[in-house]
Design a protein around this ligand. Structure first.
Ligand SMILES: [Fe+2]
Length: 205
C-alpha cells in the first residue's frame, strides 16, 4: 500500500458513519443499543469510581486486602462492573515502587473504574516509550521520581485490566473517604501521577 492510498482513507467519523449505516441496513444493531452504550460511557464509566475504591482501601484494611487479592470483587462491592472490567487487578505502590499502566497494543483500560483512556494513553509515543524509557516519560509528564523508586510498567492484555493503588499521602489524616477520593485522578489510577495534597493543607470540600 502506497502512502498516497493511506492518505486517501476516509476520516474516522466518515468511516464510523458508513459502518453504522451498513449495520443499520442489515438490522444488526438492536433498538436503543448505541444510545444505551453512549449513556453508560458518559455517565457510568468514570475515574471517580476508581478514586472511591482507592479511598476505601486507604481507610479499610479488610477492603484493601480484598482489593489486592481480588480486584474484580472489590470493585463489584461498589457496583463497578461491566465491559472491560471483567478481571481487574490492583497494583499496589510502595515507597520504593511506582506502578504504571499501558496497553502497548492499543488503548485498553479498566473502563468501570478508570473511564475511557486519555488521548495520550492511546498515542504510539506513550505506548512505545513508557516501556523502554519509563523514568524519562514520567518525568516529562510531571512525575520526577528519585532513582531509588523502581518503576514497573504493566502491559494490559485482552483479559486483565489494571488500576494503580497509590500511596496515601501524608497530611491526609482524618480526611473523609470523599475528601480522599477527590485527590485521586485518572492519571493517578494509571500511575503517571501521585495524589497531591492541596498546598493549603486543608482537605478539599
Ligand atoms: Fe488495548
Amino acid at each position: 500500500m502506497s502512502n498516497e492510498s493511506i492518505k486517501a482513507v476516509a476520516s474516522a467519523s466518515d468511516r464510523a458513519f458508513a459502518l453504522s449505516k451498513a449495520l443499520q441496513e442489515q438490522a444488526l444493531i438492536p433498538e436503543g443499543y448505541v444510545e444505551k452504550f453512549t449513556e453508560i460511557m458518559e455517565n457510568d464509566f468514570d475515574p471517580a469510581n476508581g478514586a472511591r475504591v482507592v479511598a476505601r482501601a486507604w481507610v479499610d484494611p479488610a477492603y484493601r486486602e480484598l482489593l489486592l487479592r481480588d480486584g474484580t470483587a472489590a470493585c463489584d462491592q461498589f457496583g463497578y462492573t461491566g465491559a472491560q472490567g471483567e478481571y481487574i487487578v490492583a497494583l499496589q505502590n510502595t515507597p520504593t515502587l511506582q506502578n504504571v499502566i499501558v496497553c502497548t497494543l492499543c488503548s485498553c483500560t479498566a473502563w468501570p473504574v478508570l473511564g475511557l483512556p486519555p488521548d495520550w494513553y492511546k498515542s504510539f509515543e506513550y505506548r512505545s516509550r513508557v516501556v523502554r524509557e519509563s523514568r524519562t516519560v514520567l518525568r516529562e509528564m510531571g512525575l520526577d521520581l528519585p532513582n531509588e523508586v523502581e518503576i514497573r510498567v504493566w502491559d494490559t492484555s485482552a483479559e486483565t485490566r489494571y488500576m494503580v493503588l497509590p500511596l496515601r499521602p501524608s497530611g491526609t489524616e482524618g480526611w473523609t473517604e470523599a475528601q480522599l477520593a477527590s485527590i485521586v485522578t485518572k492519571d493517578v489510577l494509571i500511575g503517571i501521577a501521585r495524589p497531591e495534597v492541596p498546598t493549603t493543607g486543608t482537605p478539599p470540600q
